[in-house]
Design a binder for this molecule. Structure first.
Ligand SMILES: Nc1ncnc2c1ncn2[C@@H]1O[C@H](COP(=O)(O)OP(=O)(O)O)[C@@H](O)[C@H]1O
Ligand SMILES: [Mg+2]
Length: 234
């Protein structure tokens, strides 16, 4: 079953059109990666799907329901969680307070979920009373993932989760993404670490100049000549 679909989405900033009829879909239990050059419109696509930018034409369909033009708050309630590339934690709040903020629309007792989420990230768990601003880049990224899980989403939208992390941290973040996926959460992520992310992805898309350029299984994209030359360093 398809969890999330963008159908011929046209979007941009003010009068400027960035996405020209871009289509993507994410099936249940999939990890899907979007790669493409800087400025291709990858972040714009995630922001449009999540309702942060108006969708000028085309549709966004979540769980079979047309959610085009709905606000991020509505998307969150429906089970979408979005982690932006930067500023994705509250630096002056502690780790635990960040997780509590992540649970803000829960009416039930969120504590069991918080302990469960913290158990996934032992490094973050140890620092639950530390201010998020004091964490390393990798720990902060883990916290952002943890926070996104507090509402038990069906799908996570991740914008460059491994950006500017040391190689061992990149590996760890990807391992966590795989764990999260295996717990039943679909993932769509934008990544610059194309090789590593395609390796763990069921499918992928290449966007270029605001358009769909290529799509296929993670494996087939890794083997594609164009992807190899342009995005995997030859
Ligand atoms: N807030 C903004 N206002 C105006 N133009 C923007 C804004 N953010 C991004 N853009 C432009 O939109 C295009 C696509 O950007 P983006 O989606 O961030 O690309 P990517 O994530 O693929 O690197 C770029 O040309 C960029 O300059
Ligand atoms: Mg981007």
């Amino acid at each position: 079953m398809t969890v999330l679909e963008a159908r011929e989405v046209v979007s941009g900033y003010g009068e400027v059109e960035i996405l020209h009829e871009v289509s993507i879909r994410v099936e249940e239990e999939e990890i899907v990666t979007i790669i493409g050059p800087n400025g291709a419109g990858k972040s714009t696509l995630l922001k449009t799907v999540f309702g942060l930018l108006p969708c000028k034409r085309g549709r966004v369909v979540f769980d079979g329901e047309d959610v085009t033009g709905q606000s991020p708050q509505v998307m969150v309630r429906k089970g979408m969680s979005y982690v932006p590339q930067s500023d994705n934690v509250f630096p002056t709040l502690t780790v635990q307070e960040n997780l509590e903020m992540g649970a803000f629309i829960r009416r039930d007792n969120y504590r069991p979920k918080m302990e469960e989420v913290l158990a996934l990230f032992p490094d973050v768990l140890e620092r639950r009373h530390t201010r998020a601003g004091k964490l390393s880049g990798g720990q902060r990224q883990m916290l952002a993932l943890a926070r996104a899980l507090m509402l038990e989403p069906r799908i996570l939208l991740l914008d460059e989760p491994s950006a500017s992390l040391a190689p061992n941290m990149v590996e760890l973040v990807f391992a966590k993404i795989l764990d999260i996926n295996r717990s039943g959460v679909a993932i769509i992520m934008v990544e610059q670490n194309a090789r590593e992310s395609l390796k763990l992805s069921h499918r992928g898309y290449v966007l270029a100049m605001g358009q769909n350029r290529l799509e296929g299984s993670g494996e087939s994209l890794l083997e594609s000549e164009e992807v190899g030359k342009t995005y995997l360093g030859g």
